[in-house]
Design a protein around this ligand. Structure first.
Ligand SMILES: [Zn+2]
Length: 439
């Protein structure tokens, strides 16, 4: 038996697939509530909002006098297990084979919670839990956490903390432990061009506007052939990096060639320093383009009546969702594309914990002790997430650390965690919590 195996077996068996209508979301929230009650947690609550799935909240008080409170963020919902035929074991049965644990959620994010509970339990068994612990375990992360801003606003007093340990993270390709201090922001939107009520005979292209051409020409004004964003004012808003941040970026590594090999990239990197660009360079991506005839074959000679593109921008501190969208609008207008409709804006702000904050320094120093293989610090992950909403309510620095390995296949078939990594993560937390308490 490994630590928390029994808990994890039952937790993994619950099909808390938030994207499926027929799921066990309510049962899973109730299971966690009962579990926290059983282990003697305090103030255990199921937090509900009108928006989506309930979250579970629990407190475990320090066993020695402590003024430090650590908030753990996790989520109990998981991605769908489909396609099932690609799994080598039942996704909802915890399976152990050759030192590796398999199952949907074993990495993202049920195994991570189990490892956290294991570390806390060990400290409690020794009568030495050195910090006050709070858990917030939400149930709609895999849907993009639509409930979280509402939930945080509604329960902000409950979530006061000095330090926050986020979900996700683990070892990279070289076996180093990744510690991420933030997230890039993400802004998604749609552009639409129209010209007629329905598609026309393409002979009319001789005399009128083709929305597909107009859209791609407008898009081409937002980025140049060197892949640089050309939206006026966009790059000027970026907050310059501090000396410590510059050093972290300089120390970061990313093996583009290995990655290219892995996923079959046929083009060279668009930047000289991919490791730096992943954390510090904003990006503008066309996610999808659609217009006119998109069926098989050629010869359907239509003039499309409409064209649309879905795009996203990844942004960094200094840039905001609302102002970024305003700059895109202004760039289109300035280039004569006032007719293009910009709509369906979604956005999450960027966030970075201060790497010079004493508790962040403690977390990094402790990680170096627990992971002699090496620690890879990232100013922020290349992706986005709801971290900034947490910071907004309690101003506690946030780090992402976890149990993943480079082939954990989160969201994919045969999701897995190496048992030795799971154990090493428990060891890390058992060093980290006392070190945080000492600050
Ligand atoms: Zn997750």
């Amino acid at each position: 038996m490994f630590p928390q195996e029994e808990f994890l077996t039952r937790y993994l068996a619950l099909q808390s697939v938030s994207l499926h209508a027929d799921n066990q979301i309510q049962e899973t929230a109730e299971f966690l509530r009962q579990h926290f009650e059983q282990i003697g947690a305090q103030n255990v609550q199921i937090l509900t909002t009108k928006v989506t799935n309930p979250a579970v909240y629990a407190e475990i008080p320090a066993q020695v006098p402590s003024t430090v409170t650590v908030l753990f963020y996790n989520h109990y919902d998981v991605q769908p297990a489909e396609p099932l035929d690609l799994w080598e074991s039942d996704p909802f049965t915890l399976t152990q084979k050759d030192g590796v644990l398999y199952g949907r959620g074993i990495n993202d994010d049920k195994g991570e919670l189990a490892a956290r509970l294991a570390a806390i339990q060990d400290l409690r068994d020794a009568g030495q839990l050195p910090v006050n612990v709070k858990f917030l375990i939400e149930g709609a992360e895999e849907q993009g956490s639509p409930n979280l801003p509402v939930l945080l606003d509604q329960y902000r007093d409950l979530l006061a903390a000095d330090f926050c340990i986020w979900e996700s993270g683990g070892k990279d390709e070289s076996g180093k432990m990744k510690v991420s201090l933030g997230v890039k922001g993400g802004v998604a939107f749609q552009l639409d061009v129209r010209n007629a009520d329905h598609d026309l005979h393409s002979s009319l292209a001789a005399i009128t506007v083709n929305p597909a051409w107009r859209l791609v020409q407008a898009l081409a004004t937002l980025k140049d052939a060197n892949d640089e964003i050309t939206i006026p004012g966009f790059l000027e808003e970026i907050t310059p990096l501090t000396a410590t941040q510059k050093q972290i970026v300089a120390d970061s590594e990313f093996d583009y060639d290995a990655y290219a090999q892995n996923v079959g990239l046929t083009h060279a990197a668009t930047v000289a320093d991919p490791a730096a660009a992943l954390v510090a360079k904003p990006s503008l991506t066309i996610n999808g383009l659609s217009s006119g005839y998109e069926g098989p074959g050629t010869g359907k000679m239509v003039l499309p009546h409409a064209a649309s593109a879905k795009l996203d921008l990844r942004i960094v501190p200094g840039q905001t969702v609302a102002h970024t969208v305003a700059l895109v609008r202004a760039a289109l207008d300035a280039n004569g594309y006032q007719d293009i409709v910009l709509s369906k804006v979604l956005g999450e702000p960027p966030f970075r914990s201060d790497p010079d904050h004493p508790l962040v320094q403690t977390a990094l120093a402790t990680a170096k002790q627990a992971y002699p293989e090496g620690v890879a610090v990232a100013l922020n992950s290349a992706g986005s997430g709801p971290m900034p909403y947490f910071y907004a309510i309690n101003h506690a620095p946030i780090i992402s650390v976890g149990v993943a390995n480079a082939n954990s296949a989160a969201h994919g078939p045969n999701e897995n965690v190496v048992l030795a990594d799971y154990m090493q993560f428990i060891t890390y937390l058992k060093l980290l919590l006392p070190a945080l308490a000492a600050k």
